[in-house]
Design a protein around this ligand. Sequence first.
Ligand code: ACO
Length: 215
Amino acid sequence: MPVTIRRATIDDIICMQNANLHNLPENYMLKYYMYHILSWPEGSFVATTRDVDEPQMDQLSLEDGKGQETKLDPNYLAPGEKLVGYVLAKMNDDPDQQDQAPNGHITSLSVMRTYRRMGIAEKLMRQALFALREVYGAQFVSLHVRQSNRAALHLYADTLEFEVLSVEKSYYQDGEDAYAMKKVLKLDELHPKNFANRKMAEKLEDDFESDLLVV
Ligand code: ACO
């Protein structure tokens, strides 16, 4: 089951919103997705996969005979092509923060449950960080994450080396605090190809060590 990471387009936003509703309590109106994709079209990415079986044409839409189409399954971008993860990213356009160097923001990231722990979120994030730096000149990127979100904290703090800037009290609607995190973006370190075989390289090192004879 190969997974493709590609730039998000306006045609993906219904599926992105659907994934967001499945995976996170922080939800947004469709126009907010549209705002991201139209304003920073190279900043957001989706992960997709294809069904092994024949694509079902009615996954996408049904024509009602009067020229009206009804969208049926919001998991599907096209017959047989399913969205399994997304990262929604933007540049900071807060007029009160115009004195700062150009900087990006990760609005939302999620991967569908059955596709987790396969490295998809890391790949989505690395593509977005590289694009924010290379295309939009972001000098750093920020995000918020719940203090209780172990999976995301591991990804941000350990895998991607974000630093915690501050704790924002009662940031979320239910009263939970957020870590405000930041990563300085250095172009030469960010190229996704530098990380394409990260896991494999780690494995090779491990194999080498375990192959040594203990005497
Ligand atoms: N517990 C501990 N570590 C974890 C977990 C977990 N449950 N899940 C992933 N990790 C680690 C992986 O082991 C890997 O670490 P490594 O680099 O040391 O090997 C690292 O995190 C990256 O793993 P991926 O496989 O790339 O992550 P995945 O595709 O599973 O997605 C995510 C992680 C996005 C947090 C997923 O669990 C998810 O969608 N959760 C619900 C939505 C969510 O919390 N989104 C983030 C909110 S914050 C925001 O949107 C700005």
